[in-house]
Design a protein. Structure first.
Length: 215
C-alpha cells in the first residue's frame, strides 16, 4: 500500500483566495517559557487544500457535519488534462471518460496548475469546469469532484454556477490539490477527511491518495 499526500501545507504566508485574509499560524507557547509547545491557528474554512460543503453556496445546503464520514472516503480516479489549450474543462472532453466515472465515487481533474502555487499566475485564467460538464457529472454516483486549482468556477464568475450545480447534488468540491503526478494507478482510494465542527461550510483537509499494490 502506498500513501500519497495531495495537500498544500498551511502557513502564515501561503496563497489564499482573493479577498480572504491569510492564516495566522504562530507559536502560542514554547518549551523554554511554558514547558510545552502549542501553536495558535486562525484561518478561514476554505484555506489551502480544502473541501466545500453544499452549505458553502446553497442557503439550505448540508454542512459537512451533516454528511456521514464515509462521504469523504472512496474509490477515485484522475482525469489528466495537462497541456489542454483552453482553460475550460468542457463536456466534449469528459464524455470519453464515461466508463471510468461509472466505477468511482471521486473524480480528480488534473490540469498541472498547481505548479503556479505561490505565484500570481495561480489566480488568473486558471482551468475550471464548465457548467455543462458539471451538470453531466451529476448523473454519476459521485461523492466529490476535485481540482488542482483555486476554484472549480472560472476566475471572473460572480454566480459560482458550477459550484452550485455540484453542491446541489451533495457532491463535495475539493480545491487546491497538488502532487497529482505522483498518482500512478488508474484507480485508488481517496481520503479527504475534514475538521469536525458544527455548521461546517468547508474545511482544510489532508487529502491522501491510497494506492493498493497489486500482488
Amino acid at each position: 500500500m502506498k500513501l500519497i499526500d495531495l495537500s498544500h501545507a498551511l502557513h502564515t504566508n501561503m496563497p489564499v483566495y482573493p479577498g480572504d485574509e491569510p492564516p495566522e499560524v504562530k507559536a502560542n507557547t514554547t518549551i523554554e517559557e511554558n514547558g510545552f509547545r502549542e501553536t495558535k491557528f486562525n484561518f478561514y474554512s476554505h484555506t489551502g487544500t480544502h473541501i466545500d460543503a453544499p452549505a458553502h453556496m446553497l442557503k439550505n445546503g448540508l454542512y459537512l457535519d451533516d454528511l456521514k464520514v464515509s462521504h469523504f472516503f472512496g474509490k477515485a480516479t484522475v482525469l489528466d488534462f495537462v497541456g489542454k489549450n483552453s482553460p475550460a474543462i468542457t463536456l466534449d472532453i469528459l464524455l470519453p471518460q464515461k466508463k471510468k466515472l461509472e466505477k468511482v465515487e471521486f473524480v480528480i481533474i488534473k490540469t498541472g496548475w498547481s505548479k503556479f502555487w505561490g505565484k500570481k499566475e495561480y489566480f488568473n485564467n486558471y482551468p475550471y469546469l464548465s457548467d455543462e460538464a458539471a451538470e453531466w457529472l451529476t448523473k454519476f454516483k459521485l461523492q466529490g469532484v476535485g481540482i488542482d486549482a483555486i476554484s472549480m468556477d472560472k476566475s471572473d464568475t460572480n454566480t459560482f454556477t458550477t459550484h452550485k450545480i455540484l453542491l446541489a447534488k451533495n457532491i463535495i468540491i475539493i480545491e487546491n490539490l497538488t502532487n497529482l503526478e505522483s498518482i500512478k494507478n488508474n484507480y485508488f482510494i481517496l481520503s479527504v477527511l475534514p475538521l469536525k465542527y458544527h455548521n461546517a461550510d468547508g474545511s482544510p483537509v489532508r487529502a491522501v491518495a491510497i494506492e493498493i499494490e497489486s500482488k
